[in-house]
Design a protein around this ligand. Sequence first.
Ligand SMILES: Nc1ncnc2c1ncn2[C@@H]1O[C@H](COP(=O)(O)OP(=O)(O)OP(=O)(O)O)[C@@H](O)[C@H]1O
Length: 312
Amino acid sequence: MTAAVVATDVVKVYPGATAPAVDGLTFSVPPGQAVGLLGPNGAGKTTLLKLVCGASPVSSGRILVHGRSPDAAARRDVAVVHQSGPFDLMLTVRDNLRTAAAFRGLPWRRARTRAEELLGAFELAGSEDRPVHTLSAGQRRRLQVVRALLRVPRILLLDEPSAGLDMEGRRRVWVSLNQLRRQHELTIILTSHYLDEVERNTERVLVVSHGRLIRDGTPADLRNEGGEARAVLRSGSVDGWPAIATGALRLGLAAARSGDEIVLTGPELRQRLPRLLAELAEQRVPVDSVELATASLEEAFAALTRSEVTSR
Ligand SMILES: Nc1ncnc2c1ncn2[C@@H]1O[C@H](COP(=O)(O)OP(=O)(O)OP(=O)(O)O)[C@@H](O)[C@H]1O
């Protein structure tokens, strides 16, 4: 089976730059996989997408897209939703889609049915005759995805697809994309700063920092690495709260109360918690239940990128 994308020792140095934007990336993505590309601002995520779609050449190393050079693959196999995809704002939705179809060599009589289906799926039905400047930012974002999907690609690259979308807009985009994934073997590589979106819609995350790959695993792998993020204590008696807060503070933990729940956070939670519980038992402070909660992907990612910064 030919991989959808194979990157081998890929380096990208922009002209005049002092450091590479992408610095020796090696990975492969099997067909049909959805991959989230994570990293702080400036990590090299957008650059990597540009290299995969052939919009920018690699400085060294090699990228193969379904076994071909990105240039050769791009026109047929790859569709991209850029961070800001320009439309002709004065033209209607239909005319913008017609232009995009012509650019891809798709006859409009065929592309039109597909455009209508997609506009319906992305909740833009009825907007065909509206000039694009009259659409909201969220509607334009969805129209960008529609435009990218006029011909079902083998690989869809999404650069911040949810930027500017509210929660409902994000949900709608993903319902449609996941439906498409069920119908076709579609490989997706996306960058996003919404980690809940990445966790829900991808099978794998690549974490990039300063152009280098620092993690490659499932969202669950990354979350587990983040360890326990918080412990929730339930106490039947509010009288115990001062003792719990003081004891937690002594052990270097933060405590916050909400009703009869006390949330403890801080380093080495799993190790420090038994000591706190032993102290509370000695003081006869009632604790009804304790629950350790693992880190969310967001918390795990924040911890990982923080440790990267401090270890450099
Ligand atoms: N066309 C360009 N010319 C010169 N340098 C560039 C160019 N595009 C990006 N860079 C630089 O390359 C590095 C990586 O940028 P890139 O846009 O790939 O990061 P990113 O991870 O996508 O960031 P963000 O999350 O902010 O979108 C940055 O230092 C950036 O300033």
